[in-house]
Every structure is written in C-alpha cells, then in structure tokens.
Ligand binder design. Structure first.
Ligand SMILES: Cc1ncc(COP(=O)(O)O)c(C=O)c1O
Length: 395
C-alpha cells in the first residue's frame, strides 16, 4: 500500500481478542480469553437449518428479515419485557425489528443512522471495541466516561456534566462486557431523564440480555415505552444460541427510526443468512425454554469457576450477568494487565483478556497503574473451567 495512504482509523490495530486468541493457540493455553462458547448450538436448531438448506431456502430473504422470525422475536420481547404494557405500547415485529448480520451490524447501522458530522456520543469505558470506530466513520466523536472497579457503576452526575449541545447519543451495554455488571432501574430512570431533557438517542447493546444471575432482572429498554421512543435496542442470536460464528442478530426501534435504520441496512448487507433465519424462527417457536434456561445454565458455570478459584490468590469480582468473570490479580503480580495476560498465556497456560484495551488510549497508562484486573470467559465446558482454575490456584 502507498505510504501516502491516510488511514480513516489511524488509532486501530489488531483487536485484543484476536491477539490473545492467537497467543493462546501458539502456546496451547486454555483459552478463556475470547468470548465464545466451547459447546455447540442446540441440535434442534442445527437440524432445522440443515432442513432449510436441503429444502432449497438458499436465496435472499426480505431485507428486513423473514416475517416469521420478526414475529417470533416480537412475541419473545412481549413475553419477557412487555407483558404488563397496553397493546398500543408493545413492539410489533414487521415495523419495529430488523434482522442483521450479528449485533455488530445492528450497532454499526444504528450508529450510522443517527450520528452526523461532529456529533458527540457518550460511551462508558471499559467499552466494547466496535462502538468507537463506527462513531468515527460516521464523522462523530466519542466522549468516554470511565467506570472504576470494583462495581463499575455509572456516575450520572459525570454524564450530565459531559452532555453539551453537540451530544447526540448515549451508548449503554447491559449486561456489560467485560465487567459482568448490569444496569439497575435507578440507572434507567437517570438515563431517561437525560435523554428526554437533552433530546438525545440511546443505543442499547443488550446482547447478553438472557444471562442475568441470582434472580436479577435485565432492565431492557424494551420495558420502558417512553425511553424506547428514542432508542435502538440490539441483540445477538450468537450469544443466545451458542452460534457466534453465524453472525445473526437484530435491532429493535420505534417505526420512524427503524425506517431510517433500514435504509442503511439494505446497503450494508441487504439481508442475513436465510436458512439461519428459518431455523431460529422455529427454535424460538418450538423450543422457548432454551432462552428461559440460559440464565441458570450460565449461572451454574459462573459458580463452578468461582468456587474452583476460591482458594486462589485472585480476588473474584461479582458477575451479575454475561459469561465473564473479572479477577483482581494485585496479590499476585505487579505487571500491567496486558503484560500479565501475556505472561499468563505463555508461561502459565491460561489465556485471559486484559481490561485496559477497553479504555480510551489516553486513560490506559493511568488505568494500568491503578487497576490489576483481567477477564475470564466461562462459556466453556466444566472440565475446561476446572482445569484452568487448578492452574490459576497455583499462582
Ligand atoms: C457487548 C457486545 N456487543 C456486541 C457484540 C457483537 O455480537 P455479534 O457477534 O452478534 O456481532 C459482542 C460480542 O462479543 C459483545 O460482547
């Protein structure tokens, strides 16, 4: 490539997920770094997709998604979050939902839909890594607000101080990757006040929506009709059905916003994998308990790992949702979190993810000095979790 080429994303290199997974493969470490399940997608879903392929359902689906899938998602949303709402306030599949190629596409398109040149978007660090490039390519700027261990709670006073006339949107993520925290009703009330007062939009990344633990309720924006009026809610079938490689997700928004979203979506991917849409629609209809049992399935995995690490020198931070557990290693090492993860992978044989790359570049140095926290993914077979914990207990 010509050396005169000017990158549109000069700050970006290889993501920490790719880097740590490559290192884990190279050193044959137990890979608890990248967030993908070690177990397979349900047999029922595989059978239905194979069937759809054999039946020749291999051409483009409608750009918005197959109507039977849109309807099933709307029913799921109504059952989970909107049972007590009057029908006029309930979500409607055909107008409020679009199927996307993973949550990543949904986030991308939602951001392109609302962010204009020089708009500011508030994001909370540690933040999932796809938000900022999408905002920057839309011509916007991210204003980062750092969340701190151990509770990583949002300071809404700080959010109020950060809002100005250029602020266009706030991106939230609950249950939260990488910290495993969840937003409370009080957070939603604070968010709603600011969104209404300053005429902002909210993009709500809810890809781990069905994984909250200890009876805690997921505060989906879909529960709050007033807030939903200015929202894009994003979810991922990859997380829900253990099939991250299919890149299937969706976005829900009020019809006027969804109409704008669809204009962009049709020129990004047009439509997503048709046989998976058919299979997922049947899965949602005929095996609804999969979604309902996901929280207890992952809670059991969290508990297996946390219990096995109890005698270690790591301090285990609470995980209220997602499939991630944070460990504070300050009793074990003085290394920065990135150095510690490299050492852990190469010398100890367990791959984890450092938290500092989830913070903006200017903050990372300060963060390194204060925080010694790494993320483990517990979407793994119990054997793998126990083997990793046994090794970590020796440190
Ligand atoms: C918080 C968060 N948002 C979005 C995504 C992307 O989801 P998908 O694989 O469906 O694009 C992920 C995946 O790890 C995630 O953790």
């Amino acid at each position: 490539m010509s050396s005169s080429f000017t990158s549109k994303l000069p700050k970006l290199g290889t993501s920490i997920f790719t880097e740590m997974s490559m290192l884990a493969n190279q050193y044959k470490a137990i890979n608890l770094s990248q967030g993908f399940p070690e177990f397979d997608t349900p047999d029922f879903l595989k059978t239905k997709i194979n069937q759809a392929i054999s039946d020749g359902k291999n051409q483009y689906s409608p750009s918005n998604g197959l109507p039977e899938l849109l309807t099933q998602i709307a029913e799921l949303v109504q059952r989970k979050y909107q049972a007590k709402l009057p029908s006029a306030q309930k979500i409607e599949g055909l107008t409020n939902i679009t199927i996307t190629s993973g949550a990543t596409e949904a986030l991308w398109v939602a951001i392109q839909t609302i962010v204009r040149q020089n708009d500011e978007v508030i994001i909370f660090d540690p933040a999932y890594d796809s938000y900022e490039p999408a905002v920057e390519l839309a011509g916007g700027i991210c204003r980062h607000i750092s969340l701190a261990a151990p509770d990583y709670a949002i300071d809404w006073k700080k959010v109020t101080q950060t809002i100005n006339e250029k602020t266009r949107a706030i991106i939230i993520n609950s249950p939260h990757n990488p910290t495993g925290t969840i937003l409370t009703q009080a957070d939603i009330t604070a968010l709603q006040t600011l969104i209404e007062k300053h005429d902002l939009y909210v993009i709500s990344d809810e890809v781990y929506e069905h994984m909250t633990f200890d009876g805690l309720r997921h505060e989906s924006i879909l529960r709050y009709p007033e807030l939903f009026k200015r929202a894009f809610v994003v979810s991922s079938f990859g997380k829900t059905f253990h099939c991250t490689g299919w890149k299937m997700g969706y976005c829900a928004a009020p019809s006027a916003l969804m109409a704008e979203f669809r204009k962009i979506h049709q020129y990004v991917t047009f439509s997503s994998f048709t046989p998976a849409q058919i299979g997922i629609a049947q899965m949602l209809k005929e095996q609804p308990t999969h979604v309902d049992e996901l929280a207890s399935f992952y809670q059991q995995k969290r508990d297996v790992l946390a219990k096995a690490l109890k005698s270690s020198r790591f301090n285990i931070l609470p995980s209220k949702g997602t499939y991630f557990l944070l460990l504070d290693y300050s009793a074990i090492s003085e290394l920065s979190d990135t150095e510690f993860c490299h050492w852990l992978t190469k010398e100890v044989g367990v791959a984890a993810i450092p938290l500092s790359p989830f913070y903006q570049a200017d903050e990372q140095e300060r963060y390194h000095q204060k925080n010694k926290v790494i993320r483990l993914c517990f979407a793994k077979n119990d054997d793998t979790l126990l083997k990793a914990a046994e090794i970590l207990c020796q440190l």
